[in-house]
Design a protein around this ligand. Structure first.
Ligand code: SME
Length: 161
């Protein structure tokens, strides 16, 4: 199946999942599973959430699919994850071995994307994906991962009335 068609299909499934999920936690579990199962180059998929009230702030590993990572708690001044959370911007790294910020999770990882999750304009966490393939996260993939992060942010908003 062509990449664009698969992305479209996964995007539609996400929309359904978001409607069906009874909590943000349930949705995050479903999102990591869907992306890991269906997107062939997404070899590790996980959410990190900012620990409420932690000072200094720290990202804590949440739902994930793929091998266990040594990085279960990441301060905002470390890693690609810390860079995305502290800037509030999507970070795409085509070759992790050339990025001095990179915290290694698997020796096989070649590229990575991290997209922040916002609730009412405030960052609450992020969606992190690693690929065994260099430059896996082209603009069409970025749009899909951003859509996933947006859908989760909206679900969280709905439960924080
Ligand atoms: N590579 C990330 C750390 C998390 S693992 O990829 C699961 C980083 O540089 O922040």
């Amino acid at each position: 199946m062509a990449v664009a068609a698969r992305i479209e299909e996964v995007r539609n499934e996400l929309t359904d999942l978001a409607e069906r999920s009874r909590s943000a936690a349930e949705l995050m579990q479903s999102v990591v599973k869907l992306l890991h199962d269906r997107m062939l180059k997404y070899n590790w998929v996980g959410f990190y959430l900012l620990e409420p009230g932690a000072e200094p702030p720290v990202l804590v590993l949440g739902a994930f699919e793929g091998a266990m990572t040594p990085h279960t708690r990441i301060p905002l001044n470390q890693g690609i994850c810390g860079a995305a959370a502290s800037s509030g911007q999507t970070v795409v790294v085509d070759d992790v071995n050339k990025d001095p910020r990179y915290l290694a999770c698997s020796l096989e990882t070649k590229s990575e994307i991290v997209v922040p999750v916002f609730v009412r304009g405030k960052i609450v966490g992020e969606l992190d994906i690693d690929s065994h393939f260099p430059a896996a996260f082209t603009p069409e993939h970025q749009a899909l991962v951003q859509y996933c992060a947006q859908v989760v942010g909206r679900k969280m908003e709905a439960f924080q009335a």
